[in-house]
Design a protein around this ligand. Structure first.
Ligand SMILES: [Zn+2]
Length: 115
């Protein structure tokens, strides 16, 4: 298998697993909040629960956004544009893609652009 394809497939696989786990947790959380009549504001546990909900929702949002980027990169791969530096048009080193699968610039261009 093409190395670039392999890298993206691995990232997508990892994202799918994380997303599935987060969605399970989220469904469980929604279920739990429907089951209980806990008064979040006056229950001493309420603040913790609210914080955990926020964390979970934020993680879900991040993971879904990452998935969008991975799917976009997969479309680029199909179009033969994945792993090509958007700035100089040269191929991005496979070692760099392994470390940063969604990198859009080669190491040389990225170094010239302080972030
Ligand atoms: Zn470049």
């Amino acid at each position: 298998m093409d190395e670039r394809r392999e890298i993206l497939a691995a990232v997508l696989g990892g994202n799918t697993e994380v997303l599935a786990a987060l969605e399970r947790d989220h469904a469980r959380m929604v279920e739990a909040s429907l089951d209980s009549n806990a008064d979040d504001e006056h229950d001493p546990e309420g603040a913790t629960i609210a914080f955990e909900r926020e964390q979970l929702t934020a993680a879900l949002t991040r993971t879904r956004a990452a998935r969008e980027r991975i799917l976009a990169a997969t479309a680029e791969l199909e179009a033969g544009r994945y792993g090509v530096c958007v700035t100089c048009g040269r191929p991005i080193a496979v070692e760099r893609l392994r470390a940063r699968p969604l990198a859009t610039e080669c190491i040389d261009c990225a170094r010239l652009r302080p972030r």
